[in-house]
Structure formats: structure tokens, C-alpha cells
Design a protein around this ligand. Structure first.
Ligand code: FAD
Length: 514
């Protein structure tokens, strides 16, 4: 039991408050283990549960804003929220709770359905916010970084920059590294060259449902299962990632083109996606993303890797020519000259998306091979044309290339390593500006597009743990799609039975079928 280093101010004040309030030494302030005979050290606990969710969750599910309780703020249902500081504290706490107590873990708080942050009556949340360590080391010539369970991308990217490294990180500065990895996170910018971030993991420290601390390596079956379904299987205390040198990413070119009518956006998307399919998908030295935004911008980003052999100017020129032909102004041109600049490119845009609360619905769709003409037509004429971009102006449609290293490296239980091409439909709006009827209309428009996508031959819908909205009423999410194959889904089910037979870890995107 590690009791040193815990004489910190916040915890002392929690103890003091408990004493002042006459609460005494209740479970959660000082925990006496029922599984273990020892008393745990006092573990910091959230005292203001009502404000905790507003501060910790970056968004609120658009579906939660439709229900009967939607008039008031969305609040956590959890009985208690702890802020542990070590693997030992987590293990002691898990063992001290009754075996049937459900447990949720929160890292960056960006999961769009808030499954973990809202949890349920009687549940206990472990907020990993204090586990902020980032340690670099070398092993057999490999550059490694061990990241604590509460680290978010901004912190990791800034630290990796200093070491001149590169990792396939996600775009959101506040997204949790562990929350991303355990749900099959992918990087539209970097995964074609570096794989999924989960494919860079070499070691995991995990606390199991029985309260054991386990260090997992690739030889353990649970190791692989954690890198796609981890939020249903255990609590990650830290993970170790193998970095690549920053030189694997040469940089990126970004063009922002403004449009006025949706027809213009559709017309641009049609030709840009044809160009993407013909010239970018066959070349694994480059990634391309086209984003159509509710603020009436088309953002085309090309990321060039060390393996790119062509001319950067020649690849970008046709998109600029397309904008000119359609008489759409290029309002910004950026040249990003490193992995770091590319990784951080969207931080200011994402930070500007605020709401009270910020409502979100997330869906993805994609193909395992190159998209057919019919699929490209559907994405432009239905998804880009009908997504609620005007009604929910923070919304974006992101159309991205994948495949490459994500497909070539060892498969993980994630649909993300099977797809070569995909689209994220992210519906976002500031809820305080919308009436209940308007919120309903936005959700219905989103659902209508997604339901139409389910009927398109060759188009997989909601295959990603990070980009799928598990709380859509009646949505048919398929385990084989989410985990990449029926065999992977079976492996995950098997591990779930073995390591969490009581389903303590039930607040995750796969709750419907695990
Ligand atoms: C602005 C923004 C940008 C995004 N960019 C990308 C992107 O580029 N690529 C992408 O794939 N996704 C992206 N996402 C989606 C995001 O990666 C997922 O929602 C991710 O699961 C969020 O992780 P989190 O830790 O922030 O969220 P949380 O809500 O804290 O956690 C998400 C899930 O992980 C589980 N979890 C958290 N910590 C632990 C732990 N220690 N042990 C076990 N389970 C844990 C939680 O229980 C929950 O189920 C983005 C989301 C937003 C809002």
C-alpha cells in the first residue's frame, strides 16, 4: 500500500470537510477493505458531484438532451467519485467495494454518450485526473513513453515534441490518451503511417475487476483485448507506447475554402472525394482529409510522410484548381512543417467549440476497400447534403483516408484497423441556444442520414468505439463491426467472461452486447 506522497492539500481538505460536516470516516473517505483486511489510505473524493460532470465532460450526448429529464442539467448518477493517485489506491479501492458495485473510469471525459461520466445509481466512478505522469525511457533501442491513466493529448503531444518523437494521436487536445486507446482510437492524420495508437502500445498496467494489479505485455491475451475493448475489461493505470522519430511526418498542407450554399459544398466534395479515391488512397505516403463544417468551410488537409515520393505542390494543386473552377474562395492556406504542428493544428478550432452544454452525436461510416462510385455519391448527395450543418453549426463531416499501417500492423479488436476509408458525422451545437423541438429536429436529421447509410451496400456504419454513439435508441451496433471481425468479438467476449464475470465495468460503448 502506498501511503507516501498522499499528504496533499486537496485530500486533506476532503478529510477536513468530512469531519466538519460530521460525516465521519465513511466509505470513500477512509475505506476499509472488505476484500483486503487492510484499511486503505484516504483517497480523494469529489464532494461537489453536481458540478463535477459539467467540468469533466467536454460535451453532453444529444440524446440525453431529448429525454424527460432534459430540462435540467445532465448530472452524474454515480454514488461516489474518487480521484485515486496510484495503482495501489485503485486496487485497494476496487477490493474494498462490494463485488457487485459497478465501476466506471473517466480519463479525458470526451466520450460522446457520457456512458462513464453519468454511470448509474450505485456506481462508483474512478476519475483518473491525478494520474498525469509522462516518463520517457529506452529499451532495446526503442524509444518508449509511459503515460499515466489521466493524461490528455495536449500534454502528451507537448512532451513528445520535446523528445523529437511522433505518435498517431487524435485531434482533440483534451481527449484522454487511455480513453482513446481502449476504445480503438484512430488518427486521420497519422494512422496510415504509424498505425492506431493502440498498435504502438507495448505494455499496460491494469487493475482488474477483482482488484489485482496486472502488468500486461503482448504475450497476454488480455493485452490485445484491452486495446479495443479495454473500457469493458479493466482499469488502465498506465500504458507504454513506442514512439517513432518526428521525421516520419514531413508536414501537412491545409486549405480552407469557404462556401455559401450546401449545393456548392456538395459539388466540391464530389470532385474532391473522386480525387482522394484516385490519387491519395493508392499512395500510402500521404493522407487526405476533407472536412465540411457548419460554419460553411471546406477544409482540405494533406499529411505527407517520409514515404511520400511525389511532389507536394502537384498533389495540392488540383484541389486549389477545383475551388477556382467552382468560384469558391480559398480563405486560408497553411503549411505545417512537422509532426507537432500537424498534431496541434486543430486545437484552437476545437477549443473554440463551447456550449452550455455542448451537445454531441457521433457516427462513422466507411469501407474496407476503396469506396465505390455509388458510395461516394451517397456520401456527397446524402451525408454532406443532408447533415444538420445549418441547424447545428459546430457540426462537421470529416472524410478521411485510413488503411496503410493501421491495416498492416497486428490487428486489434477495433473496426478502425479494417477500414481504408471513412467518414465521421459529428453533430454538435450549443444546447442553450436550442429549444427542445430544435434539439429533436437535429437528432432526427442525424439519425435519418445514418439510417440511410445502413442501407448502402458495402458501407459499414458505426464500426468504431470512439466514433459511435451507443445511446441512440434502437440502433443496431454490431459486435463484429466494432471489434473488426467475429473472431475478435468472440475473443473479447471470452476475456470479458474471464476477467469481469460480474460485469463491473459496464459503462462503455459496447454495453449493448457485452
Ligand atoms: C474534440 C474531439 C476530438 C476527437 N478526436 C478523435 C480522433 O481524432 N480520433 C478518434 O478516434 N477519436 C476522437 N474523438 C473521440 C474520442 O477519442 C473518444 O470519445 C474517446 O473514447 C474519449 O476518451 P476520453 O478519455 O477523453 O473520454 P472518457 O469519457 O473519459 O472515456 C472514454 C471511455 O474510455 C473509458 N476509460 C477512460 N479511462 C479509462 C481507464 N483508465 N481505464 C479503462 N477505461 C477507461 C471510459 O470508461 C469510457 O468508456 C474525439 C472526440 C472529441 C470530443
Amino acid at each position: 500500500m502506498s501511503t507516501e506522497n498522499h499528504e496533499d492539500l486537496p485530500r486533506r481538505s476532503v478529510l477536513k470537510e468530512a469531519a466538519i460536516g460530521g460525516i465521519g470516516l465513511v466509505a470513500g473517505t477512509v475505506v476499509t477493505g472488505s476484500g483486503s483486511e487492510r484499511a486503505c489510505a484516504a483517497i480523494e473524493q469529489v464532494t461537489e458531484k453536481a458540478t463535477w460532470l459539467a467540468e469533466r465532460a467536454s460535451c453532453v450526448s444529444g440524446n440525453r438532451l431529448l429525454g424527460p429529464d432534459s430540462a435540467g442539467p445532465v448530472v452524474t448518477k454515480a454514488r461516489e467519485i474518487f480521484l485515486p493517485r496510484s495503482a495501489q489506491e485503485i486496487a485497494d479501492l476496487v477490493r474494498s467495494l462490494p463485488a457487485e458495485t459497478p465501476i466506471a473510469s473517466v480519463c479525458g471525459g470526451h466520450e460522446s454518450s457520457n456512458a462513464a461520466a453519468v454511470a448509474s445509481d450505485g456506481a462508483v466512478i474512478f476519475d483518473m485526473a491525478h494520474l498525469k505522469s509522462i516518463e520517457f525511457h529506452e529499451e532495446g533501442g526503442r524509444a518508449l513513453v509511459t503515460v499515466g491513466g489521466g493524461v490528455v493529448f495536449r500534454e502528451l503531444v507537448e512532451a513528445v515534441k520535446e523528445r523529437k518523437g511522433a505518435l498517431p494521436v487524435g485531434t482533440g487536445p483534451g481527449v484522454g490518451v487511455v480513453g482513446y486507446v481502449v476504445n480503438g482510437g484512430l488518427s486521420g492524420y497519422f494512422s496510415r503511417r504509424l498505425g492506431l495508437l493502440g498498435q504502438c502500445v507495448t505494455r499496460l498496467t491494469v487493475v482488474t475487476a477483482a482488484g489485482e494489479i496486472r502488468v500486461l505485455t503482448p504475450d497476454d491475451e488480455l493485452f490485445t483485448a484491452m486495446l479495443g475493448a479495454g473500457s469493458a475489461l479493466g482499469i488502465v493505470v498506465d500504458l507504454t507506447l513506442e514512439m517513432e522519430p518526428e521525421s516520419v511526418v514531413r508536414g501537412a498542407e491545409q486549405r480552407v475554402i469557404s462556401f455559401e450554399t450546401r449545393d456548392q459544398a456538395v459539388a466540391f466534395a464530389r470532385e474532391a472525394l473522386r480525387f482522394q479515391a484516385d490519387h491519395v488512397l493508392p499512395d500510402e505516403g500521404v493522407a487526405m482529409e476533407l472536412v465540411v463544417t457548419g460554419t460553411k468551410a471546406l477544409v482540405a488537409t494533406f499529411v505527407f510522410y517520409d514515404t511520400f515520393r511525389g511532389s507536394i505542390a502537384e498533389l495540392v494543386a488540383p484541389l486549389e484548381a477545383l475551388a477556382q473552377r467552382l468560384e469558391l474562395p480559398v480563405v486560408a492556406s497553411s503549411h505545417l512543417s512537422s509532426w507537432y504542428e500537424t498534431a496541434a493544428a486543430l486545437w484552437p478550432v476545437i477549443n473554440a467549440m463551447k456550449g452550455s452544454p455542448l451537445a454531441m452525436l457521433q457516427h462513422c461510416m466507411g469501407t474496407e476497400g476503396p469506396p465505390t462510385d455509388a458510395i461516394l455519391r451517397f456520401l456527397c448527395d446524402t451525408v454532406v447534403a443532408e447533415a444538420p450543418l445549418d441547424e447545428a453549426t459546430f457540426s462537421i463531416v470529416e472524410i478521411r483516408t485510413l488503411g496503410g499501417a493501421a491495416m498492416a500492423k497486428k490487428p486489434l479488436p477495433s473496426g478502425n484497423c479494417r477500414h481504408r476509408f471513412f467518414l465521421d458525422l459529428i453533430t454538435m451545437y450549443d444546447a442553450k441556444e436550442k429549444t427542445p423541438a430544435e434539439r429533436r429536429e437535429i437528432a432526427d436529421m442525424t439519425r435519418s442520414v445514418v439510417e440511410k447509410a445502413r442501407g448502402v451496400e458495402g458501407l459499414a456504419v458505426d464500426f468504431s468505439g470512439t466514433h459511435s454513439q451507443p445511446d441512440d435508441p434502437g440502433s443496431a451496433v454490431s459486435p463484429a463491426l466494432i471489434f473488426g471481425s467475429e473472431a475478435m468479438a468472440e475473443m473479447v467476449r471470452e476475456q470479458k467472461k474471464r476477467v469481469d464475470p460480474g460485469n463491473r465495468f459496464r459503462f462503455h460503448p459496447y454495453a449493448k452486447f457485452l
